[in-house]
Design a protein around this ligand. Sequence first.
Ligand code: ATP
Ligand code: MG
Length: 262
Amino acid sequence: MTHMTHHSTHLPHAPSLVITNLAATVKGVQVLDGLSLEVRPGQIVAVMGPNGAGKSSLCNVIAGHPFYKVTKGHISLGNKDVMMLAPDERGRAGIFLAFQHPLDVQGVHFGAFLLQIYRQRFPDKSVSDFYEALDKSLAVLHLDRSFTERQLNVGFSGGERKRAEVLQMLMLQPTIALLDETDSGLDIDSLAIVAKAIDALVKQGAGVLIVTHYNRIFEQVKPDVVHVMLKGKIAMSGDANLVKELEHKGYGWLKPGALKVV
Ligand SMILES: Nc1ncnc2c1ncn2[C@@H]1O[C@H](COP(=O)(O)OP(=O)(O)OP(=O)(O)O)[C@@H](O)[C@H]1O
Ligand SMILES: [Mg+2]
């Protein structure tokens, strides 16, 4: 595919995520069935599609979730073979997943967790670098330190959970961010704040894959490519206009394999 990016890239050597003919199962259920896509540096790639199409499965497989078994195909990040990397190594390599349903982790202090993941990703940075990055990231999200003084996601509202995921994204500065319905449940102001955070990351050269059911985030960050997933594969690809078309027509008219590449 030869989609051009609209975004400026400050990391000329940032890697692309390339997924080729990927098939995967979870508990014997086929969730991906020959899926190919690419996320280039500075690009926003949207993945839409009906419930159960395999969007979260795709994100989980890229992140290396241990329950999923890849049965075919390939995932690479630049010259790295992602499939050879353990989930934590994928994280250190710059792949980040914001979960659709972030879990409560009783007994884990959010701030201590952020310090841990920051030091894993940036072993040469100091604790004061961490606090500098933390305060900057909190400011972007209009949050204060008290947010990080709670247990991870415990008692967080739906929107707070999503913002906690975005805070982790800002701290880790991923080269590839997978945002699985991060826009769901955000109020209008929070959505605008999160859109700004995504835009800033993309301008630094990251590639962002956004899984969503709604057009509203794309009123603030423009996708370069939009893919529609059906039954574990991409049924159609287009540009931002496809999102509006889907909003009017739904998914019923699409057939797996009826490919239109714009
Ligand atoms: N652990 C599991 N055991 C059995 N089936 C599973 C498991 N995980 C996923 N599936 C099935 O795989 C299919 C794809 O699920 P997935 O969560 O990837 O869909 P999705 O596109 O993200 O849907 P949604 O829009 O509702 O989030 C679904 O039919 C789901 O029930
Ligand atoms: Mg999902």
